[in-house]
Design a protein around this ligand. Structure first.
Ligand code: COA
Length: 375
């Protein structure tokens, strides 16, 4: 039996309506921190608690490259009395919010693949935070879409989409599915501590979707052949969130910081960049490709300097802006959706035969790469 070749035949993107600029975010943070320091004047003066520092929009842009982020609820995040998105719980009879985002991105991806929902026989929902443990959001998406087959949820933090693509490609190659929908509904603002100056600017919300099919069955107008996938994990607590069904977070975001996103950003930067560059280089070697065979690198979107460093290490020269497209200035870090947003927005101009790599990295640590060729 010959192995089927998998192709990415379509992609979709849901972007929330509201966006928050760095200035708006910093104004809210500083209003809160000034009030906090005033309310705790005596305890701070007595050295019992630390004062809250002020944030700065110039620092944010320089340290991260982020200018703004799209969010599901702007008002709740910017309210200095709250500083969390206000996303009301829904009844079991309504589609959940992650399902709703997923359907929007999924329908766009299916349109671009020239497929109908009933053609789908496998749904993977892959993202950093699931809104409930079960039933799987993927099964809900399958139901509302009217897809057949089966679905499951998976989480490899920021690498969820590339690991999801690896699972989709394997399913196509083995014949266990013929049309896979892989979706990444990321509501990153729900796990972000907007009262932590060092990270309050990092994340935004978005949802991406990718259709993966066998090359001999797919409509190939927008398609990319998958030349190979490669995944790696190695344990680290430098990006961590201890929230779970055995331990919940309080409302303040101060007392139990570890039940929201926590990172040692400097260490992540230092440890992850060389690992990612080496991972891509090894992947290319395994595929008998030279780095200069890459026309494009759709990298995880967490930090601009990180992406510049990784693409420079891989290519052995400073890349042109078009070679490693950046979307994090507008979207911030959307976790697993980031590299797929870059791919969705910056891939259709490539010529047949052009190659590129979708690569994500993040908590775990984890690195995932998918090398593709325009058909
Ligand atoms: N406003 C003003 N100053 C700030 C600030 C803010 N919002 N946040 C931090 N600072 C200060 C720090 O307190 C520090 O001051 P000090 O030198 O007096 O101690 C200084 O700015 C530098 O902070 P540091 O945290 O070392 O900045 P950085 O250059 O490492 O940039 C990140 C911070 C988070 C942008 C960067 O480390 C990063 O992106 N790392 C990788 C993160 C990543 O990819 N994570 C994956 C998530 S999925």
């Amino acid at each position: 039996m010959t192995t089927k070749k998998a192709v990415i035949s379509g992609t979709g993107l849901f972007t929330p309506d509201s966006s928050i600029s760095n200035d708006e975010l910093v104004e809210s943070f500083n209003t809160w921190s000034q009030q906090y320091n005033k309310d705790n004047e005596q305890a701070i003066a007595a050295g019992e608690i630390e004062p809250q520092p002020e944030s700065n929009a110039e620092f944010i842009l320089k340290a991260s490259g982020i200018r703004s982020r799209y969010v599901m609820d702007k008002e709740g995040i910017l309210d200095p009395e709250r500083m969390r998105p206000r996303i009301p719980e829904r009844s079991n009879e309504e589609p959940s919010i992650q399902c709703e985002m997923a359907l929007k991105a999924a329908n766009q991806a299916l349109d671009s693949a020239g497929r109908l929902p009933q053609d789908v026989d496998m749904v993977i929902v892959a993202c950093s935070n699931m809104q409930r443990p079960y039933p799987a959001v993927a099964v809900e998406v399958q139901h509302h879409l009217g897809a057949g087959g089966f679905g499951y949820d998976m989480n490899v933090a920021c690498s969820s989409a590339t690991f999801g693509l690896q699972a989709a490609v394997s399913a196509i190659e083995s014949g266990s599915a013929s049309c896979v929908l892989m979706v990444n509904p990321e509501i990153c603002t729900g796990h972000l501590n907007f009262r932590d100056r060092d990270s309050h600017f990092i994340f935004g919300d978005a949802c991406t979707a990718v259709v993966v099919e066998a090359e001999d069955k797919a409509r190939l107008n927008n398609a990319f052949r998958v030349l190979g996938t490669k995944t790696w994990t190695g344990f680290s607590s430098n990006i961590r969130n201890n929230f779970g069904f055995l331990n919940h977070c309080d409302e303040s975001g101060i007392g139990q910081k570890d039940k929201l996103f926590v990172q040692n950003g400097r260490k992540v930067f230092k440890e992850v960049c060389p690992k990612v560059a080496e991972h891509i280089q090894q992947h290319l070697q395994e595929l008998e490709l030279q780095p200069d065979a890459l026309s494009r690198m759709w990298l995880h979107q967490a930090n601009l300097s990180m992406n510049q460093l990784i693409s420079k290490k891989v290519l052995g020269r400073v890349p042109e802006a078009t070679e490693a497209p950046v979307i994090l200035d507008e979207y911030a870090n959307t976790s697993s959706a980031g590299s797929i947003i870059a791919f969705h927005k910056h891939s259709q101009d490539l010529d047949p035969g052009d190659k590129g790599v979708i690569c994500s990295f993040g908590a775990g640590y984890s690195v995932g790469s998918v090398v593709v060729e325009r058909i």
